[in-house]
Design a protein around this ligand. Structure first.
Ligand SMILES: [Zn+2]
Length: 229
C-alpha cells in the first residue's frame, strides 16, 4: 500500500491542504461511504466529495467534475436552447464542437465552421459563459440602454450554466485551451463580489433569466430564444 501519512506530505509541511491517495487498486472503483468521506473531511484531508480520489476542482476529482459539468450543460441546453433534427449549427470553436457533439449524439444535424454565409439559416453555437451573460446584461443596463436580448435570435449560449472558472477547469480537463476573457472593471467587481458571496453569479444569472422571461411574455415572444443583439 502506498498511503501517504501527514508527516511525509509536502503539502502538510508547507501548510497547503493535504492530498492523500487513500484508495488503491480495486478500492478506487468503489464508492466510499458517506461516513468515510465525512471522516476524511473532518480531519481536513482533501478528497473528491463523491469518490475520494484526488480533488481537481471545487471538491471534485477530474472525472466527477467533468461528469457534473457535462450534465449541467446538457440540462441547460435541453431546457433553454433545444437542438432539433436537421438544424444547421454554426460552430467556430473546437471545444464548443466537442461538447455539442457530446450533447446530441446521433442527432442528424449539419455542423459548419463558416459563420459568414449561413447565419440566416443556422444557429450559432457560442462560447458564452454565465460571466459573459452577466457582463453583457449589466454593462448595457448600466449604460442606460433599452433592455437587451429581446430579439428573435437563435444563438445557443453553450456554457451559460457555467462560471468562467468552471469552464476554464473543464476545458483543461478535456484537453482544450481556453483563454479567459480580458477583465474590465465590471468583470473584476463581479469576481470580487463572487469571492465574498459565492452564489452571486448563479443568483444574478437567475434574476436576468427571470427578467428576460417576464419581458418576453409582455412582448408575446417565445420564452427560450436568445440573441446577442
Ligand atoms: Zn470523484
Amino acid at each position: 500500500m502506498q498511503y501517504n501519512t501527514f508527516g511525509e506530505s509536502d503539502g502538510w509541511r508547507s501548510g497547503h491542504p493535504v492530498v492523500v491517495p487513500l484508495l488503491n487498486g480495486k478500492e478506487r472503483n468503489r464508492t466510499p461511504s458517506r461516513k468515510l468521506l465525512n471522516l476524511l473531511h473532518s480531519v481536513k484531508v482533501m478528497v473528491c466529495d463523491r469518490c475520494a480520489k484526488e480533488p481537481y476542482f471545487d471538491k471534485l476529482c477530474k472525472v466527477c467534475f467533468v461528469g457534473q459539468i457535462e450534465r449541467r450543460i446538457r440540462k441547460d441546453i435541453r431546457a433553454n436552447a433545444p437542438v432539433q433534427k436537421d438544424d444547421t449549427l454554426i460552430i467556430t470553436d473546437p471545444l464548443c464542437e466537442a461538447v455539442m457533439k457530446g450533447i446530441i449524439p446521433g442527432l442528424p444535424v449539419t455542423i459548419t465552421h463558416d459563420d459568414h454565409h449561413v447565419e440566416n439559416i443556422g444557429k450559432r453555437v457560442l462560447l458564452w459563459t454565465l460571466d459573459d451573460e452577466i457582463h453583457h446584461f449589466l454593462s448595457r443596463f448600466l449604460a442606460g440602454e433599452e433592455f437587451p436580448d429581446l430579439g428573435h435570435g437563435k444563438d445557443i449560449k453553450l456554457f451559460l450554466s457555467l462560471r468562467e472558472k468552471e469552464l476554464e477547469a473543464f476545458a483543461q480537463a478535456k484537453g482544450f485551451l481556453y483563454t479567459p476573457k480580458p477583465k474590465d472593471r465590471l468583470r473584476e467587481r463581479i469576481d470580487q463580489f463572487e469571492a465574498k458571496h459565492p452564489e452571486t453569479k448563479f443568483a444574478l444569472g437567475k434574476s436576468i433569466e427571470d427578467i428576460r422571461k417576464a419581458m418576453r411574455a409582455a412582448e408575446n415572444l417565445p420564452a427560450n430564444e436568445t440573441t446577442l443583439s
